[in-house]
Design a protein around this ligand. Structure first.
Ligand code: PMP
Length: 439
C-alpha cells in the first residue's frame, strides 16, 4: 500500500495521498456531475473555477499581487520546464528589443522606420546579452537552448560552476567572481534555484541581482524542483517558472509567474522578422507567447484541466495546512526533514560523502555517495559503484524507494519534496544509521 512505501524519486514525485484520492474521484465523476474532469471543456465554468482556485491559492502562498502597479500574471502552460528554457529567452530578448525600438522611436521621431530598424540592429549586434548562471545540469541545458535559438554570441555564461570544481558541479563560486553583463545590455539574468541532478540550491536570492528588476533587467528563475518550498520575494523576479511534477502536481502543466508590465513590451512579430539576420528564432511559438496566454487566461488552447486540478488541490492543502505561515510553514518542514538527513550523513562521514559543498546543499535533492571500504582497490577520489548499489538494495528491502542518483552522475539521491512525509524522512535517517553501523 502507499503507506508502506517511502518514495524519494526526483520527479515525477510523490503526491499527498488525500490529493491523489480526491483526484482519482474527479477523474471518474467530478463533484457528482457524472463526468470526469478530463472529459469536460477547458472553457467550462467548472474548468475556470479550478483555474481561479489555483491562482488564489498560489497568490496566497507566495503573496503575489495580481493587480496594481507591480502585478504579476500566473500562467499555466504545457511544455514542461524545458519549454520554458526556450520561452524565457525568447520573451526576454523580445522585451529587450522592444525597449530599444521604443527608445529609438522616441529619439528619432515618427516615420523613421528604416533608421529605427538600423539602430536596433546595431544595438543588438553590439550590446545584446543574456546572462546565465550555470550551476548545474538544468541551467546548463537552459543556456544551451539559448545558444541554439538566438546564437551563442549573445549568451554570456556569467559563471560556470564546474570551472572551479574539477569539471564537476557542486559549488557556487562567490558572486565577486561572476561576470554578469551590464544590466542595461542584459536581456535577462537566468538561474536555476535548485539543481535537481546535482543537489545544489541557492541559499538565497543572489545579492548581485538585487534591484536588477527596477533597472529594466529581467531576472528569471527555474524553480521546477523547489517550487513552493520556501519564502521568496516575487517582486525580485521577472519570470519564475516550474514544471509541476515535483512539488506541485503531475507532469503536463507548467506554472509561470510573470511580471505584468513586461508583457506589455511584447514586440510585434513583424518587427522581429526584419531582424532575423542578426537574431534568428527570437519569436516564440504562439503557445509559448506569454502575452497571448495571459490575454486568454491560460486558455488559448486546451489546458489539461485534470492536471491543473491536482496542482490546485496541492496548493489549497498547503494553504490550509500552514495558514498564516503560508509557504514559510512548508519551508520549516522541508528544512527540518533535510537537516535530519544531512545530520545523519555528516555523523557517519566515514561512510557517506555528500556531493555538493556544504553551503549550497539542496533541501530538495540530497545527493551523496557511499565511500569505498577501507583497503579497497578504488583509487582515491573515485567511487565504488558496488557500494552505492549495496546501499540502494538495502534501502529497497525497507521500502525506501527511488533513491538512485541521476544517470549522468550516479550515486544516491534522496529527493525530499514537499509530499515526502516527516515519517518517510525519519525512516531514511534510521536506515542511514543502520547501514553505516553494519556495512
Ligand atoms: N528544470 C529543472 C530544475 C528540472 O528538475 C527539470 C526536470 N527534472 C527540468 C527543468 C525539465 O523539466 P521538464 O522535464 O518538465 O521539461
Amino acid at each position: 500500500s502507499r503507506e508502506e512505501i517511502s518514495y524519494f524519486g526526483a520527479g515525477p514525485a510523490p503526491l499527498p495521498t488525500p490529493v491523489i484520492e480526491e483526484s482519482a474521484k474527479a477523474l471518474v465523476n467530478f463533484e457528482n456531475t457524472g463526468l470526469g474532469l478530463s472529459e469536460i471543456s477547458h472553457r467550462s465554468p467548472t474548468a475556470n473555477k479550478v483555474l481561479a482556485d489555483a491562482k488564489t491559492a498560489l497568490s496566497t502562498l507566495y503573496d503575489i499581487a495580481l493587480e496594481g502597479d507591480d502585478a504579476y500574471e500566473i500562467l499555466f502552460m504545457q511544455g514542461g520546464g524545458t519549454g520554458e528554457f526556450s520561452a524565457s529567452v525568447q520573451s526576454c530578448v523580445g522585451w529587450w528589443v522592444e525597449r530599444r525600438r521604443r527608445k529609438a522611436v522616441a529619439e528619432l521621431g515618427d516615420g523613421k522606420e528604416a533608421e529605427v530598424l538600423e539602430r536596433v540592429r546595431k544595438e543588438i549586434k553590439e550590446q545584446l546579452k543574456v546572462d546565465y548562471l550555470v550551476t548545474g545540469s538544468w541551467s546548463l541545458k537552459a543556456s544551451q537552448e539559448a545558444a541554439r535559438l538566438i546564437g551563442s554570441k549573445y549568451v554570456n555564461v556569467a559563471v560556470d560552476a564546474r570551472k572551479s570544481n574539477n569539471g564537476k558541479f557542486g559549488v557556487i563560486p562567490a558572486e565577486s567572481e561572476w561576470k554578469l553583463s551590464d544590466s542595461k545590455n542584459s536581456a535577462m539574468a537566468y538561474w536555476c534555484d535548485n539543481e535537481t541532478v546535482d543537489g545544489v540550491e541557492f541559499p538565497e536570492f543572489p545579492e548581485s541581482l538585487k534591484g536588477r528588476a527596477e533597472d529594466d533587467g529581467v531576472v528569471v528563475a527555474d524553480m521546477s524542483s523547489n517550487f513552493v518550498s520556501r519564502k521568496i520575494n516575487v517582486r525580485d523576479y521577472g519570470i519564475i517558472f516550474g514544471g509541476a511534477q515535483k512539488n506541485l502536481g503531475i507532469a503536463g502543466i507548467t506554472v509561470i509567474i510573470v511580471k505584468k508590465s513586461l508583457l506589455a513590451l511584447t514586440p510585434a512579430p513583424a518587427f522581429l522578422q526584419q531582424l532575423s539576420d542578426v537574431l534568428p528564432s527570437a519569436i516564440p511559438p504562439v503557445v509559448f507567447d506569454f502575452a497571448t496566454i495571459a490575454k486568454n487566461n491560460s486558455l488559448y488552447n486546451t489546458l489539461p484541466i485534470f492536471n491543473l486540478y491536482v496542482a490546485t488541490l496541492v496548493l489549497q492543502s498547503l494553504v490550509s495546512t500552514f495558514g498564516e505561515k503560508k509557504v514559510g510553514g512548508q519551508e520549516e518542514l522541508a528544512n527540518r526533514k533535510a537537516q535530519s538527513i544531512y545530520d545523519a550523513l555528516d555523523k557517519y562521514s566515514d561512510i557517506y560523502h555528500v556531493v555538493p559543498d556544504k553551503s549550497i546543499r539542496s533541501r530538495m535533492n540530497i545527493c551523496f555517495r557511499i565511500k569505498p571500504k577501507a583497503g579497497s582497490e578504488v583509487e582515491p577520489g573515485k567511487w565504488d559503484e558496488a557500494r552505492d548499489k549495496e546501499f540502494l538494495a538495502s534501502a529497497e528491502k525497507k521500502n525506501l524507494m527511488g533513491l538512485k542518483g541521476h544517470r549522468s552522475v550516479g550515486g544516491v539521491r534522496a529527493s525530499n519534496y514537499n509530499a515526502v512525509s516527516l515519517n518517510s524522512a525519519e525512516k531514511l535517517v534510521a536506515h542511514l544509521v543502520e547501514f553505516a553501523r553494519t556495512s
